[in-house]
Design a protein around this ligand. Structure first.
Ligand code: GDR
Length: 323
């Protein structure tokens, strides 16, 4: 029988890649979309005729309850959030409502639906902060790293992580957290650093922009491709029992490394174009992230396929080809 899935945040990068994957696997997909005045489908524009788009909001429990009753889904993926770390310092209350309480609303909607819908919470490496002073050599993992979030976003995600675990233990729900390190693509929102760099390379190459202003370019991230990460999330809901898994590449690069490769792809030297703007520094920063996803590899057979350099090239090429 054809399986059915609900994807919140379907108009974003992760939600749209996940919907692509589920359609390939012949699922019926219901995508939750927040009402906005522009009414744009953003990353989900190509999905308009192949999935059911339903308007609703993570902060509005009745809209989630209606969606659960309508879809009678086998799987529910919560990919929606206020997901920009920098913004969370300026909008901490909204971030808590969407990114923390939104998870509780999803779980409550499923619990009271009477259905056995499996739940995936898109959690994050931001739970770890920078891993503390004794950063493990093999990378950060749920087994070896205490949580120490460094932003209102990270703190909100921490609530989402624990409430998912709590509902799993309290109500025997199949509910799992994917603790994903940074994952990027040409569909990444323009305010995140990788896409901001890629867009700037395209504009500078076309003569539409002179400089790129960035904050902390020494920050290091474990960057993978979003298409690989949604596959990991799907595998988590096919697993024999609900568990939380880290998804990461195990490699780390600085923002400066990203700039070097991105500008090089366009035949440019980043040092001539990148300017540091101190106002883009965050009140609290995570300097270094590298994950250890060996458990996902061993138990789910998951490994990221797309390498860092290929990710940078794909993102820059998409911008260079933009008219
Ligand atoms: P991050 O992603 O905070 O790691 O969270 P982001 O791309 O915003 O920042 C990465 C690093 O780059 C530094 N940086 C800048 N960042 C932005 N956005 N803009 C700049 O101009 C800039 N200059 C330097 C940042 O300080 C940071 O160190 C992402 C989000 O997708 C989260 O939702 C997700 O949970 C985590 O990844 C895993």
């Amino acid at each position: 029988m054809r399986r059915t899935a609900i994807v919140t945040g379907v108009t974003g990068q992760d939600g749209s890649y996940l919907a692509d994957l589920l359609l390939e696997k012949d699922y019926n997909v219901y995508g939750l979309k927040r009402r906005t005045s522009s009414n744009s489908l953003e990353c989900a524009a190509h999905l308009a005729s192949s999935i059911e788009i339903v308007e609703g909001d993570l902060a509005d429990l009745p809209s989630l309850q209606r969606l659960c009753q309508l879809a009678k889904a086998d799987e529910f993926y919560n990919m929606a959030a206020q997901s920009h770390v920098g913004t969370s310092f300026n909008q901490p209350v909204y971030t808590a409502q969407a990114t923390a309480l939104g998870v509780l609303n999803c779980l409550e909607a499923i619990r009271h639906s009477g259905l056995h819908t499996r739940f995936l919470q898109a959690s994050t490496s931001e739970l770890f902060g920078d891993g503390g002073t004794n950063r493990p050599a093999e990378g950060l993992s749920l087994e070896n790293t205490p949580f120490y979030p460094r932003s209102p976003y990270g703190v909100a995600k921490l609530y989402g992580f624990w409430i998912t675990k709590n509902y799993r233990e309290s109500y025997k729900m199949f509910a799992a957290n994917s603790v994903a390190f940074n994952h990027e693509s040409p569909r990444r929102g323009p305010q995140f650093v990788t896409r901001k760099i890629a867009i700037a390379v395209g504009k500078i190459k076309r003569g539409e922009q002179d400089y790129l202003h960035l904050g902390n370019i020494d920050a290091c991230r474990d960057w993978g491709h979003a298409a690989d990460y949604v596959d990991g999330m799907w595998r988590m809901l096919q697993h024999g029992h609900p568990e939380d898994f880290v998804l990461a590449t195990g490699e780390t690069y600085s923002v400066k490394d990203f700039c070097f490769l991105a500008f090089q792809r366009a035949g440019l030297d980043y040092r001539q174009y990148v300017k540091i703007d101190p106002t883009l520094y965050r009140p609290a920063e995570i300097e270094y992230l590298r994950g250890d996803a060996r458990r996902a590899h061993e138990l789910l057979g998951w490994k990221p396929k797309i390498e860092f350099k290929d990710l940078v090239n794909e993102m820059v090429d998409a911008e260079l080809n933009r008219k």
